[in-house]
Structure formats: C-alpha cells, structure tokens
Design a protein around this ligand. Structure first.
Ligand SMILES: *[C@@H]1O[C@H](CO)[C@@H](O)[C@H](O)[C@H]1NC(C)=O
Ligand SMILES: *[C@@H]1O[C@H](CO)[C@@H](O)[C@H](O)[C@H]1NC(C)=O
Ligand SMILES: *[C@@H]1O[C@H](CO)[C@@H](O)[C@H](O)[C@H]1NC(C)=O
Ligand SMILES: *[C@@H]1O[C@H](CO)[C@@H](O)[C@H](O)[C@H]1NC(C)=O
Ligand SMILES: *[C@@H]1O[C@H](CO)[C@@H](O)[C@H](O)[C@H]1NC(C)=O
Ligand SMILES: *[C@@H]1O[C@H](CO)[C@@H](O)[C@H](O)[C@H]1NC(C)=O
Ligand SMILES: *[C@@H]1O[C@H](CO)[C@@H](O)[C@H](O)[C@H]1NC(C)=O
Ligand SMILES: *[C@@H]1O[C@H](CO)[C@@H](O)[C@H](O)[C@H]1NC(C)=O
Ligand SMILES: *[C@@H]1O[C@H](CO)[C@@H](O)[C@H](O)[C@H]1NC(C)=O
Length: 888
C-alpha cells in the first residue's frame, strides 16, 4: 500500500513536471543553472524549457549540448570553475569581466575547447599546467590579467595553437622553446610582462607568424632571423627590451611587414639595405639604440612609409635625398645622431610631412627658402645643429606650424616679421643661442596662442615691443643675454617671469627688473622715448593701413579669380549662380529635416563673421538661419584637416555612422556640406551656448543664482557621454568646456565627436600626432607620448569638472607662473588652503548638503587629474562615483 502510494506520488510528479523529462534530455541544464546562480545571471533559468535560447549560449546541432558560451562584458564575478562541467564546450569567452582568483585547473577538462578567452579580468596566480591538456585549442587569450610566474612548459601540448595572447600580466621567466615549435602559430603577443632571456631562435621557423609583439619586457640577445624566415610577418614590435645585435638582413623577406618597432633596445650595426624590399612598410621606429652607418636610401622604395624614427642612435652622413620620394611620409625624426649637410630640400617636398625633427645633429647648411612649400608641416625642430645663414622670410608661409625650434645654431640676420603670420604657433618659438640681431618684430605680438617664447642669447636690440601684449597665451619667456633697452612692457606674463628671463641686456628696466630710472636725464630720455614712440606709432599705423588695404585688394582679387575658376570648372556661367561657392556634396541624414535645410544658405552663413559663435582647435562654429526659419549650428573644419576632404567617401560613411550613434549627451551630426575644399558639419542649434559660456561669461554675473544641482547634472551628463564614447571605442580629441553644449533644459551635449572619428589617431600609426587639443585641458603625458588616450580624456574631463566646481578657467594668470587650474587645486594643501577654499564659495556656502556634494565631486576631479594616467579612473567609474553623490 505504502509502496503504491509512493509510486503514485512519483508518477504524478513525473507527469506534471515535464522539466523532469527535459532534464534527462538536456544534459547541461543542471550545470547551467548552477553557473547562472553562482554568477548571478538574471536572464538564465526564466525559460528552463530550453537553455539553448538563454543569452550567451549556443548549442550543438545534434544533441543540445552547450558548444559556445559568451559571457563577455557583463561585469560578472564569482567562481567560474563550474563551467568545466559543460563537456561539449568548444568556444568560451569570459573576457572583460571582474573574475579573480586562479584560472580554474578544471578548464583543462574541456577537451573539445578550441577558443578560450579570459582576457581583461583580474585572474591571478600562475597559469595552470592543466590548460596543456586542451589539445584542440586554437586560440588562447589570457591577456590583461594579473597572472604571475612562468609560462608553464605543459602548454607544449597545445599543438594546434594559432593565436596565443598573454600580454599585460606579470609573467616572468623566459619564452619557452616550444612556442617556436607550434606549427600553426600566427599571432604571439606577450608584451608588458617581466619576461627575461632570449627570444627563441626557432620562433617562426615552422609557422607562418604574422604578428609578434613582445614590447616592454627584459628580453636579451638578438632578434632571431627565424621570425622573418617564412616571410609572413606583418607586425613586429620589440620596443623597450634589452635586445642587442643587428636587425637581420632577412627582414627583406617580409614584403607584407607594415610595422617595425624596435626602439629602446641596444641594437647595433647598420640598417640592412634589404629594408627596401619591405614594400608594405608603413611604420619604422628604431630610436634609442646604438645603430650606426648611413641612413640607407633604400627606405625610399617603401612607398607607404608614414613614419621614420631613427632618433638617438649613431647615424652619420647626410639624409639621402631619395627620401623625398616618400609621398606618404608624415614624420621624419632623426634627432640625436651625427648627421650633417644641408636640410634636404627634397624632403620638404613630401607633401604629407607633418613633423620634421633634425635636432641634435651636425646639420651645417642653410635654411631653404622652400622650407614651407609643404604646407602641412606642424613641427619643425631644427635646434642644436650648426645651421648658418638667415631665417628666410618665407617661414611665414608655414601656416600650420605648432612648434618652431631653431635654437643653438649659427643663424644670422634678423628675425623675419613674417613669423607673426603663423597664427597656429602654440607650443614654442625658440630662436635662442644664435647670432640674430636687429629689433624684435612687433608682428610676433599676433601669436596669441603661443605658450613659450625664447629669443635669449642673441644680439637682438631695441625695445621689447608693446605689441607683444597680444601674446595672450604666453607662460614662458626668455629675452636674456641680448642688447635690449627700454622699459619692459607692463604685461602679466612678463611681470610674473623671473629676473633671469630679462637679465644680461644692455638697458632693460621695469618689472621684474628694477624700476626705470627717474633722474633728470631719464626725464629727458623719456621725452625722446615719447617722441620716438609717436613716430613709431605713426609709422606702424600707416604701415598697417597700407598693409590692410593691400590685403583687401589682394583678397578681392583672389576671390574673384577663385570664383571664376570654380565657375569654369563647373561650366556654370549662365544661370546666375556663379557668385556662389560650388557645392560638391551634401546630405541631410534626418529625413524630416531634408526640406528645411538649404545648402546654399548654410554656406552663405559661414562666409559672414558676424555669424561666428566660437572658434576651437579644429573648427569654427557658425549660426545659420535657413529660409525655412530653422536655425542650425554649422561647424566649419579648419583648413588643417583638409586631408579628410581627400577621403570624402570615407568621411561621409563615417558621418552617417556617427549620425546613428545615439546618446542623450552626444551631439550628433544631422548632415554635411562640402564646397571647394571646405567641409561643413550640420548640427541642431542649441540656444544655451557652451558650458564655458555658462560658467565663465561674466555678463550674467549680476543676476547670478547659485546652481549647484544644475552643474552636478551637467557634470554627470558629460561623463555619461564620454563613457559611452569610450564604450564604443572612440577617443575624443578635444574635450573642453567650450565643446560642451547646453540645450534648453541645460542638458549637456558633448560636441566635436566627429572630429575625433574623422581624425582617429589610433587607426593610423600610434605616435602620429595630428593634434594637440585645447590648452589647459591637455594631459601632462601628452608632451611625451603625443597620443590621445582614454586616460587622457579622463584628465581633460577632470579639468572640466574642476571648472564646474571652482568657476575658474583652466589657464589663468592669477594662479601664478606656470600654474594651471589643475596644479593650483592639487597644490592647495601645500599652500595651507582647505579644499573648501578652492570651491566656488557662492555655491559651497549655500547649504551644508551642497558643500558636502561639492567636496565629493572635488575628490573625483582630483582622481581624474592625477598625473599618472594609470591611476585615473575609467569614465564609467567616474559616472558611478558622481551618481553616488546625488543618491546619498
Ligand atoms: C523561451 O523560449 C521560447 C522558445 O524556446 C521563446 O519563444 C521565448 O521567448 C523564451 N522566453 C524567454 C523568457 O526567454
Ligand atoms: C553529431 O553527432 C554525431 C554522432 O554522434 C557526431 O559525430 C557529430 O560530431 C555531431 N555533430 C556535432 C555538430 O556535434
Ligand atoms: C571555485 O570552486 C571550486 C570547487 O567548486 C574550488 O575548488 C575553487 O577553489 C573555487 N575557486 C575560487 C576562486 O573560489
Ligand atoms: C577532470 O575530470 C575528471 C574525470 O571526470 C575528474 O576526476 C577530475 O577531477 C577533473 N579535473 C579537474 C581539475 O576538475
Ligand atoms: C583574445 O585573443 C583572440 C585571439 O587572438 C582574439 O580573437 C580575441 O578577440 C581576443 N579577445 C579580446 C577581448 O580582444
Ligand atoms: C617569478 O614570479 C614568481 C611569483 O611572483 C616568483 O616566486 C619567482 O621567484 C619569479 N621568478 C623569477 C625567475 O623571477
Ligand atoms: C622543437 O622542435 C625541435 C626540432 O623539431 C626539436 O628538436 C625539439 O625537441 C622541440 N622542442 C620542444 C620543446 O618541443
Ligand atoms: C600601400 O597602402 C595601400 C593602402 O593601404 C595599399 O593598398 C597598398 O597595397 C600599399 N602598397 C604597398 C606597396 O604595400
Ligand atoms: C659640413 O660638415 C661636413 C662634415 O663635417 C663637412 O665635410 C662639410 O664641408 C661641411 N659643410 C659646410 C658647408 O660647412
């Protein structure tokens, strides 16, 4: 009876719960439920009838066993060893989570596994030897964890391995010989570890190695010939090790090798002539070695070569003129060698040349008149050589220059006033330690972006022109050891400079030197001064008038000529449109705005200066009112970025893609117009202007209402926009309060995103620097790396956050010499000031609650602006920290 009863109950249970039946049919269910529970996977188990449809799971076709498990990028943690129960697993991706502890040795039981990706977690301890049992493994990625110890020799069993990535861990010991015996190996990356010993000299001898990246270890010995043996290598990165010996001649075997980076080692000998056979070579970086001999002209055969960096070696001889054939060359860096001769004029014809660094050599020619026939030059660095002759007046046509260094040469003559035409000049103008004489041209006063000016140790004479007060960005000056006379103009950057910047002159006076004399003689002198000043003023004045009228005539002439040309090329002369610029392309991405936008009206609006709203590093913004009544904001890319015009189709595709990139805190392009060589990007017009105007526009000071909650919301919005950008792997190139726009609800929108995408520095070669960002927001490491990175973005964001908290501009004379907002805030404790003295007191004194929130936000800003990039939080984390402030 009891038996029958039990049987009935069992039967009832069996019939009512079909899962029981399924459990027998679906073998992985128990394991998956346990895994889901352990890792807290919300989507799992809701639908227990068929786990094959759960997120991240793919089953085999026959038997409903899990073959593929993708749990990447879900912020997971917990014990993953249960996954080893999924016996049929072929493909396991746990990358980008927060898993820690050891890699489970039980994974060695997944005998079917072909793909294992555990990268970007916090797995620690050593790599389990059990993984050596994964005989079918083709791809193993353990990169970006905290793994220690040596690479276990048991992994020798992974005979089928093609991709082996273990970079950015703390692995030590040497690279095992068996890696060289892997017959299918294509990709091997072990950079940023603590590996020692030699690179196995069989590496690549039996496999078609395509990518080898071992930078930043402590590897010794020579670069093995074997890696070039089969000729399939495409990328070779061995930077920052202790490698010695030659670059093997066999490198010429690898026609497809596009990137060779072997800088910061102890390599010796010549660069083999066979380098000319590496026809795909794009990037050659061998700086800071002991290489010697001549720079081989064979580089000229590498027609795609974009960067050639041979700095700090022992190269001698002249730069081969053949290099002028390199139409794609963007950077030529040969500083710190023993090169001599003329600056090869042929190089100046490389029309893409952006950076020419010949400093610290023995160049003993003159500076060519043709210097700036290549108009793209941004960095011209000729210091510490033996250059003779005068600085040519044609230097004024180097309009794109950001940095001009000519110090420590034998230059004679006077400083050409045309340098004042180089309005982009920003980083430095250094003419020190030469034999220059004559007066300082007042035209230099037009360099309003220039940060550092050094004309010391020459024989320059006359006054320091009052016009120099136009150099609004100046922080560092040096006029010392010349023949200057007269009063130092009253100008804060001068007055805040140390004495030493003005010492060693014939007759300079005034702050920061001693006051100008007030004896009788001085009176007399000052009368003369006044008279001569007036004369000078009149002369300058009439000169200016002549200059202006000549310019206008020339401009009018040029414009007419241009229009005629444009009209001719288009064959439009009969319909009366020939006074309009010729529109080459244009589109509106948003369907229901198509009717409302008129391209001709857009172009016309950008031709009027009165429509200009703002000017940024890469572009100017105009307001454009359409005939339909709609108002647009139109961003005109500055001429520097005309390359993108040459890649028009790519640009248009990129813009269309960006227009679909949807986030509340990002400004999306709604269309574009291209005319002549100008690109205009169309955006919605936001009436509340930029964050910079909101914070710093003093015109609204009288009626200022404390607005901390609005500011905090703006800070969070900007952070969210940037976190989203980073999530989709876009690095912003120019974060500043001037690039944050506010809509009618003061919701912030980050602008200039498309510039970042169109100029994408990461896509090309790593160190190519097209850009510098906005002064005051540039992270300190940029000076060394010339790379805009995600941590760099976090720094710039931190500056914006400090602006919000302090209502101060990032660069302000009031902070003191060489001190910007970041330094001013960070040094507050040293000055004995409390953080609260840093905050905008109009806000922090309103209530205790506001003050507390502001202090919490200040903490975040300090983290973001840490000088060490690695210590800065991720943008996503910043969002979390700020949101926490509002919740508490
Ligand atoms: C459960 O699975 C069925 C089909 O197997 C599917 O139609 C349904 O959407 C799933 N439900 C959930 C919540 O995943
Ligand atoms: C399907 O089952 C057969 C026989 O059991 C097996 O040989 C085959 O590999 C299975 N196919 C898949 C895709 O698992
Ligand atoms: C995970 O669980 C297994 C047993 O299931 C245990 O041996 C192992 O130590 C655990 N790992 C961690 C990191 O807790
Ligand atoms: C692997 O599987 C075997 C048999 O199924 C088991 O005995 C062993 O404990 C497992 N190994 C690990 C490391 O879990
Ligand atoms: C890990 O390496 C494999 C093989 O090279 C690669 O396919 C995979 O994308 C890498 N994982 C990540 C997260 O980049
Ligand atoms: C490698 O690292 C492990 C663990 O960090 C340490 O115990 C060991 O001594 C190191 N070996 C060498 C050769 O440095
Ligand atoms: C690698 O291959 C060579 C030649 O085939 C062989 O002599 C050597 O023992 C192998 N080494 C390892 C560690 O497998
Ligand atoms: C140069 O680069 C272009 C574009 O990437 C490519 O199509 C071409 O094949 C390359 N030339 C050589 C010689 O590799
Ligand atoms: C430049 O220097 C080289 C090597 O010292 C020398 O041979 C040459 O005559 C010099 N040229 C001039 C113009 O001084």
């Amino acid at each position: 009876m009891a038996f029958l009863c039990l049987f009935t109950i069992l039967l009832a249970g069996f019939l009512s719960r079909s899962q029981l039946v399924m459990a027998q049919l679906l073998p992985d269910e128990t394991a998956l439920l346990a895994i889901g529970k352990e890792l807290g996977l919300a989507g799992w188990g809701l639908n227990s009838s068929d786990y094959c449809s759960w997120p991240g799971i793919h089953c085999g076709s026959n038997n409903s066993m899990v073959e593929k498990l993708d749990l990447s990028r879900r912020g997971l943690q917990g014990n993953v060893s249960l996954i080893s129960e999924l016996k049929a697993l072929k493909w396991l991706d746990l990358s980008y989570n927060n898993f820690h502890g050891s890699i489970p040795p039980a994974f060695g039981n997944l005998s079917k596994l072909e793909f294992l990706d555990l990268s970007s977690n916090k797995f620690g301890n050593s790599i389990p030897a059990d993984l050596g049992r994964l005989r079918n493994l083709r791809s193993l990625n353990l990169s970006n964890n905290l793994l220690t110890g040596a690479i276990p020799h048991e992994l020798e069993g992974l005979k089928k391995l093609q991709d082996f990535q273990i970079f950015t861990n703390r692995l030590n010991g040497s690279i095992p010989i068996w890696v060289g015996n892997l017959t299918n190996l294509r990709v091997f990356t072990a950079y940023e570890n603590e590996l020692i010993g030699k690179i196995p000299d069989n590496l690549g001898s039996v496999s078609e190695l395509e990518l080898l990246n071992l930078h930043s270890n402590q590897l010794e010995g020579s670069i093995p010939e074997s890696i070039f043996a089969l000729g399939k290598l495409e990328v070779l990165v061995l930077t920052q090790n202790r490698l010695s010996g030659n670059l093997p001649e066999l490198v010429g075997n690898c026609k497809g090798l596009s990137s060779i980076r072997i800088g910061n080692n102890e390599l010796i000998g010549n660069i083999p002539k066979t380098i000319g056979n590496v026809s795909s070579l794009t990037y050659f970086e061998a700086d800071n070695n002991n290489l010697s001999g001549q720079i081989v002209p064979e580089f000229a055969q590498c027609s795609n070569l974009t960067l050639l960096n041979l700095a700090f070696n022992g190269f001698t001889g002249m730069i081969p003129p053949e290099l002028g054939q390199l139409a794609n060359l963007q950077e030529l860096i040969v500083s710190g060698n023993s090169l001599f001769g003329e600056i090869p004029t042929s190089i100046l014809r490389c029309k893409n040349l952006n950076k020419l660094d010949l400093s610290n050599n023995r160049f003993n020619g003159t500076i060519s008149e043709d210097l700036c026939n290549t108009s793209r030059l941004q960095y011209l660095i000729l210091g510490q050589n033996s250059l003779r002759g005068e600085i040519p007046h044609t230097i004024g046509s180097c309009l794109k220059l950001l940095e001009l260094q000519m110090g420590s040469n034998y230059l004679t003559g006077s400083i050409p006033p045309e340098i004042g035409h180089i309005k982009n000049l920003q980083i430095t103008l250094n003419l020190s330690f030469n034999h220059l004489h004559g007066p300082l041209p007042p035209e230099l006063g037009r360099l309003d972006k220039l940060v550092s000016l050094d004309v010391s140790n020459n024989q320059l004479s006359g006054n320091i022109p009052v016009a120099f007060k136009g150099m609004l960005s100046l922080i560092e000056v040096n006029f010392s050891n010349n023949l200057f006379t007269g009063p130092i103009p009253a100008f804060v950057p001068f007055q805040k400079s140390p004495n030493s910047s003005f010492l060693g002159n014939k007759g300079l006076c005034g702050v920061p030197l001693s006051l100008c004399g007030n004896s009788k003689g001085a009176d007399h002198e000052s009368y003369h001064h006044r008279v001569s000043y007036r004369i000078i003023l009149v002369v300058i004045g009439s000169g200016l008038a002549v200059f202006v009228s000549v310019t206008v005539v020339v401009l009018l002439f040029m414009m007419r000529e241009r229009q005629e040309k444009a009209a001719k090329s288009a064959g439009v002369t009969d319909n009366g449109t020939n006074n309009r610029p010729l529109i080459i392309a244009g589109n509106v991405f948003v369907e229901n705005l198509k009717q409302a936008i008129d391209f001709d009206a857009v172009v016309k609006a950008t031709l009027k200066d009165s429509n200009k709203l703002s000017t940024g590093t890469f572009s100017s913004v105009y307001k454009a009112v359409m005939p339909s009544g709609m108002t647009l904001s139109v961003r005109r890319l500055s001429s520097m970025d005309r390359t993108i015009i040459h890649h028009q189709n790519k640009m248009i595709r990129e813009l269309e893609r960006l227009s679909k990139l949807c986030h509340d805190n990002l400004m999306r392009p709604i269309g574009f117009v291209i005319y002549e060589d100008v690109a205009l990007l169309l955006h919605q017009y936001l009436p509340n202007g930029t964050l910079a105007q909101f914070l710093h526009d003093s015109t609204k000071l009288p009626e200022y209402k404390p607005d901390w909650p609005i500011r905090l919301a703006i800070a969070i919005g900007v952070a969210e926009g940037l976190a989203f950008l980073h999530h989709v792997a876009i690095i912003h190139l120019d974060i500043s309060s001037g690039n944050v726009l506010l809509d009618s609800d003061f919701n912030p929108l980050v602008g200039e995103v498309e510039i970042s995408k169109l100029l994408d520095p990461t896509r090309g070669t790593a160190s190519i620097s097209a850009v510098a960002g906005s002064f005051g927001y540039i992270p300190p490491e940029y000076a060394y790396t010339m790379q805009v990175t995600a941590p760099g973005n976090v720094y710039s964001y931190g500056v914006v956050l400090l602006e919000i908290l302090t209502t101060r501009i990032p660069v302000d004379e009031a902070f003191g010499e060489g001190i910007d907002l970041v330094k001013w805030v960070h040094s507050a404790p040293a000055r004995g000031e409390t953080p609260e003295q840093i905050l905008d007191a109009r806000l922090s004194t309103v209530s205790f609650a506001w003050r507390k929130e502001m202090l919490a936000a200040l903490k975040v800003a300090l983290l973001c602006t840490d000088t060490t990039p690695a210590k800065r939080p991720k943008m996503k984390k910043v969002v979390e920290m700020l949101q926490e402030i509002t919740q508490n």
